[in-house]
Design a protein around this ligand. Structure first.
Ligand SMILES: [Zn+2]
Length: 243
């Protein structure tokens, strides 16, 4: 028997299928990440054509299938057109979508993560600094899924790092090495004291107050590179979207 369910979701990925269909990867509020076919969605007059584009937030009626669900109806809640019309915002948004389908299991619902993803897209639609927002998103999104950098003490000697200081961020484990352990182990991403402090601050900072955060470009670059390599290493394969 076919089961129909109603949920809210964000389109993460769209692939052409057959002659006129689309296969969608959707981050849903109640079912986690799902794959669904949208029949006829590439026909210009299809009622699904506009609702099956990347980043679009929809209210949907979906038939549950064995591996692939079937999108029956979709109503657009938000098109996030400012993201789609800007190359840089599109690049960040596409990377976030890639992180979501690489790191979140299928049919493993997590409403908190869904709401964080949605709030971040709303911010990406309007922020003046999408680069800073993306660093924040990447760090916090991974942290919420259990990939949280451990910055409180050195993972080599156990020394407290709470007082600050430079270190090496280990992309294999998310741990931090103090400067003396760094000298005997050159495998990490070296972070200045400012970058370690910035990363620590981002882990507790409120998304809505991101626009007041100021920091030197060098520290920002270090954290950006560290978190991107961390994501690639933890996913076990190179991530494509920001190349
Ligand atoms: Zn140490």
């Amino acid at each position: 028997m076919l089961t129909l369910y109603r949920t809210e979701g964000i389109i993460l990925r769209v692939r052409p299928f057959g002659e006129a269909d689309r296969i969608l990867t959707i981050l849903t509020r109640t079912e986690g990440v799902i794959e669904a076919v949208a029949r006829g969605a590439r026909r210009p007059r299809s009622r699904l054509v506009g609702a099956t584009l990347p980043f679009t937030q929809i209210q949907a009626m979906i038939f549950r299938g064995k591996s692939l669900d079937n999108l029956s109806q979709a109503e657009i809640v938000n098109t996030f057109s400012a993201i789609r019309e800007d190359l840089l915002r599109t690049a960040y948004g596409t990377y976030w979508c890639e992180l979501a389908y690489e790191f979140m299991g299928q049919r493993d619902p997590n409403e908190e993560v869904y709401l964080f993803f949605l709030a971040s897209l709303l911010m990406l639609d309007s922020t003046d600094d999408p680069g800073l927002l993306s660093i924040y998103f990447e760090l916090r999104f991974l942290a919420q899924l259990g990939y949280r950098p451990a910055l409180d003490c050195c993972c080599g000697c156990g020394k407290s790092m709470a007082e600050g200081g430079a270190g090496s961020f280990l992309t294999s484990s998310g741990g931090l090495l103090c400067s003396s352990c760094t000298q005997s182990n050159a495998s990490g991403e070296v972070l200045s004291a400012a970058a370690v402090g910035f990363m620590r601050m981002l882990l507790v900072w409120d998304l809505r107050k991101l626009n007041v955060l100021k920091l030197p470009d060098t520290a920002r670059l270090e954290v950006k590179n560290g978190i991107r390599r961390f994501a690639a290493e933890q996913s076990g394969k190179p991530l494509k979207s920001l190349d």
